[in-house]
Design a binder for this molecule. Structure first.
Ligand SMILES: Cc1cc2nc3c(=O)[nH]c(=O)nc-3n(C[C@H](O)[C@H](O)[C@H](O)COP(=O)(O)O)c2cc1C
Length: 404
């Protein structure tokens, strides 16, 4: 697969050289485009030597003293010949120009002419990243369906410590790999994913919920779609952008989630239950808002239906993957859940104030499988973890079929 790598003018520009190598190792052919500012930090020769290709640095190439178009509308040719665009480091300036459709150099003109997936890996000073202008630009770009990676936290070249470091090149390469759909091993599958929390009403204006952000489920849906699956995402109330090419069914309560899951169960071949469904709901929800008084108030809660157990009963030969968010005894709890809910795999993660899991962009999980295998995955972005879960799911299904 052909990838264009845009390099912006930031200190982290030198890390783009390692990214080139990592992308090449994963089988990508890389064409580098540098902004004028990027060339202040790294010479094009570095990238030319790594890729064996001339680095594109100008919209108008100078030949024989005359300004002529670089070989017959080069930005259109490059846009057509490449399946994916990655920009690392993406400067605050590039994010702004991409967001607002400016086209005053080769990279930004190429961006407008490009119709494939775009991955942006920002790097900048913390104040520049957190500036409302930059944050608004990031929102616009994400709404457009682009993957804007979160910069990492840590000491920055400017002396500050905070968010702004370029995500590790390994991580960028993994995201490109996942989104490039290089592996089409889920083609022909229908993956049903549940995500987010549920909201259980107390009265017309109040509800009980939990800290699930939905990020893990959305990453799973995105990863499955990139690998060729048809994806149905049953989502509780979350504040996330819908993944590209995924059918989203929005629900609010545990009862609504159960109904949506059972409605789509027949067509699913893989079910991933990443939602944090409420275990209890209020037994009798009053029609009107509960008035404040000086008296104590008790709410009577009753258990919600156990969707995972019900799906486990009805699953047939579908692959069922459950999630277990625990604050202790991780593997033992996951094993118990695997057996009691008839799952094929349980993805267990520790949750709590110190842990990854709810709300975080990264996750560190342990996979407990029906075959008895236990795999501890390294801490990584939720998209990378999602990719690893499907890697193991594909292998697990083969092992289960072979054992039959
Ligand atoms: C020493 C130095 C380091 C810089 N580092 C960054 C950076 O890490 N991120 C960023 O967004 N801008 C950084 N800038 C500012 C950009 O170079 C500047 O906004 C430039 O116009 C970006 O051009 P480009 O987006 O076309 O590459 C830096 C500037 C200097 C002088």
């Amino acid at each position: 697969m052909n990838v264009v790598l845009g390099v912006g003018g930031g200190i982290a520009a030198y890390k783009a050289a390692e990214l080139v190598r990592l992308l090449q190792e994963r089988g990508f052919s890389v064409q580098v485009v540098m902004t004028l500012a990027a060339q202040e930090f790294v010479r094009p020769l570095t990238f030319a030597a790594l890729t064996g290709k001339k680095v594109i640095t100008e919209l108008f190439a100078s030949e024989g003293g005359e300004q002529v178009l670089a070989s017959a509308v080069e930005h259109i040719r490059v846009a057509e010949e490449h399946e994916m665009m990655v920009v690392a480091p993406a400067t605050a300036d590039l994010l702004a120009r991409f967001a607002h459709g400016l086209a005053n150099d080769f990279l930004t003109t190429l961006y407008l002419a490009f119709t494939g997936p775009v991955v942006l890996a920002p790097a900048m000073n913390t104040h520049m990243w957190l500036h409302p202008a930059t944050q608004a630009n990031v929102r616009l770009l994400r709404e457009r369906g682009h993957t804007v990676m979160e910069p990492e936290e840590g000491p920055l070249a400017c002396g500050m410590t905070g968010p702004g470091r370029l995500p590790e090149p390994q991580r960028i390469a993994a995201v490109v790999h996942a989104l490039a759909g290089k592996q089409r091993d889920l083609e022909g599958e229908t993956v049903l994913v549940t995500a987010g929390p549920t909201e259980e009403p107390i009265d017309p204006v109040r509800f009980i919920s939990n800290r699930s952000s939905g990020k893990m489920g959305y990453a799973l849906a995105q990863a499955a779609a990139a690998r060729g699956a048809r994806v149905i995402l049953v989502s509780g109330p979350v504040n996330l952008i819908e993944p590209y090419g995924v059918r989203v069914v929005r629900v609010r309560t545990a009862l609504e989630m159960r109904k949506a899951v059972l409605e789509h169960l027949e067509e699913a071949t893989i079910i991933v239950k990443a939602a944090a469904v409420a275990d209890y709901h209020v037994a009798r929800v009053p029609e009107h808002k509960i008035k404040k008084t000086a008296m104590r108030l008790s709410l009577e809660l009753e258990p919600t239906p156990d969707i995972l157990a019900e799906v486990g009963q009805k699953k047939g030969d579908r692959l069922l993957i459950g999630f277990a968010a625990e604050t202790e005894n991780l593997v033992a709890e996951a094993r118990r859940k695997l057996e009691s809910k008839n799952c094929d795999m349980v993805v267990a993660n520790l949750v709590g104030p110190e842990e990854t899991g709810f709300g975080a962009d990264e996750n560190e999980v342990t996979l407990v499988m029906r075959t008895g295998e236990v795999v501890r995955l390294p801490r990584a972005s939720k998209l990378e973890v999602a990719g690893a879960i499907f890697d193991h799911a594909v292998r697990l299904r083969l092992a289960l079929h072979a054992a039959q």
